[in-house]
Design a protein around this ligand. Sequence first.
Ligand code: 16G
Ligand code: ZN
Length: 542
Amino acid sequence: EQQRSMLLQSASSFPPPKGTKLSYGTAGFRADASILQSTVFRIGILAALRSLKTGGAVIGLMITASHNKVSDNGVKIADPSGGMITQDWEPFADCIANAPDPESLVQLINEFAKKENIPLDGAKTATVLLGRDTRPSGESLVKAAKQGICSVVGAVATDMGIITTPQLHWMVRARNKGLKASELDYFEQLSSSFRCLIDLIPKKSGDNNPIGKLIVDCANGVGGEKLQVLKEKLNGLHLEIRNSGESGILNEGVGADYVQKEKVAPQGFGPADVGIRCASLDGDADRLVYFTVISNGNNKINLVDGDKILSLFALFIKDQLSILSDKNEYQPRVGVVQTAYANGASTKYLNQLGLEVIFTPTGVKYLHGKAEEYDIGIYFEANGHGTILFSEHFLNWLEGRKNEPSSTTKEKQNAVKRLWAVSKLINQAVGDALSGLLLVEAILQHMGWSVDKWNELYHDLPSRQLKVKVADRSAVVTTYAETSVEKPPGIQEAINAITEKYPEGRCFVRPSGTEDVVRVYAEAKTQETADEVAASVAKLVD
Ligand code: 16G
Ligand code: ZN
C-alpha cells in the first residue's frame, strides 16, 4: 500500500506527453528532450525493478542521445553484466512509457511485478547508477530518473555525474563483479594496461614512438574532458584534443557519426592536418573512427572506419594467439561479428585471415550477444562501435599460462601478457571509444605502422547510404541479418535484379531503429555505380 501511494503520488508530477507514442528502439528511448521527463521518470522505476529482479544487483541508467543533435536526449538501461538490458523487458518499457495516467501506470507495474515475481515489499535494496552526457537537458532528466527510482521502496540512486556511456556500463559491470569501480579506477585500468602493451613492444633501435601524433575530434561532447584525463596519465601518448566542447555545438559538423556518414573532415580540421593520423569520437564516446585529411581535397578524407579497426584488432589477436599455439593444445575459438553494413572488402580480408565471420542485425545488443558465444569475440559496426570480449574460460587458461614456469619462451610469455593487457584495456561491457583508441594506438606502435599502412590492409569497396522517408517504416520486414527483404513481397527480387547488373554490386534496405526512415546501403566496384544502385533501390521503397 505504501508502495502504491508513493508511485501514484510521484507519477502525478510526470504526465506523459500528449499525442506521441514512444518506443524503446534499438538503443533506448530517444526524442526531443522536452518530451522526455515522464519517460525517464518511468524508466527510473523500471531500473529499480530490474535491480530487485536480479537480486539487488547494480543496474545502470544512462541519459544520452549519443550522436544525435544537442536538443535531443534519451535514456537506456544497463543490465548487471554491464551490457544492454535483456530484450525481454523492452515491451514492458514501451508499455509503461505510454501508460496514459498514474493509475494505469501503477496497474501495469503491479501486474508486471507479479508476473516476474519481483518483491515490492521493501525487504531488498535496489541500486541504480546514473550517468549523463554533456547535454544541457541532462541535469533535469537525471532528477526525473532519481524520482522514479526513489519511488520504489528500498531503491537507491547513485549519481555518477557527467560520464561517457561506456564508463557507466564499465562501472556497472565492475560493481557487480565486486571489483574496483570508480571513475578513477576506470582511468587507472585503461592507462596501466596501455602502458603494459607499450612496454611489451619488441625493442627496435631509435625512435620509441615511430608513428607521430594523433589529433582527436571529440564531437564537442563528454569524450574531450575524459581523454584529457587519460592524456595526463599517459605522458607516452602524443595526442592533441580538438572539439572538446568549449566553443562548438555537440555533434554539429563534428564527431564519428558525421565523419563516417558524410566522409568529410570535422570542423576544426583543415589543410594544416593533411596526412596526420586523426580520430573522431561521437557525442557519448562509444564510437570511434580514424581518418586522414587528403591534400587539395575540399575537406575530403580517407576514412578508416569500424571495419578497419576490427581488422586491426583481429590481426593483432590472431598474431598473439599464433605465437602461443601449440599443436594438440587448447585452441580458443575466435569469432568476428559484423553487420550488413560491413564493407564487403573487410569481410573478404577477415575470411582470408582464416577467421570465422558471423553476421547479426544492426544494434549493439545483437553483435554483443553473438560475440559472447566465443572464447574471443570481436565485434564492430562500420560506424565505429565495437569491442573485444574474452570468455572466463579463456582468461582462466591465459592466467594459467601466465604462471607457467620459465620453460616457455620469452616471446610466448610476452604474448600471454599482451592478451591479458588487451582484456583489461578493452571495455568488456560495451564498445568504448577511449579504450578502443588506446588499443589502436598501442597496436600501431607495436607494428610500427602509419595510419596509411593500416588503411592499406584492404581497399574499401565504394558505397552509398541513403535514407527514404516513408509513411510506415514497419511495412519493411527483413530477414537473414537484414540482408534480405521479406515484406513487402517482390522487393527483394527487384533489388536482386538491380544488383546483378553491376560488378561487385550488393545492396540491402532496412527500417531504421532510431528514425522514421528506411535506410538503403549499396556497394559496387565504382562510386558511380554504387550511387546508381542506391538510387534505383531507393525508388523501390519510396
Ligand atoms: C543505435 C545503435 C547502433 C546502431 C544504430 C543504427 C546501440 C548502442 N546503438 O545507435 O549500434 O548502429 O542505432 O541506427 O545499439 P539506425 O537503426 O537508425 O540505422
Ligand atoms: Zn554513441
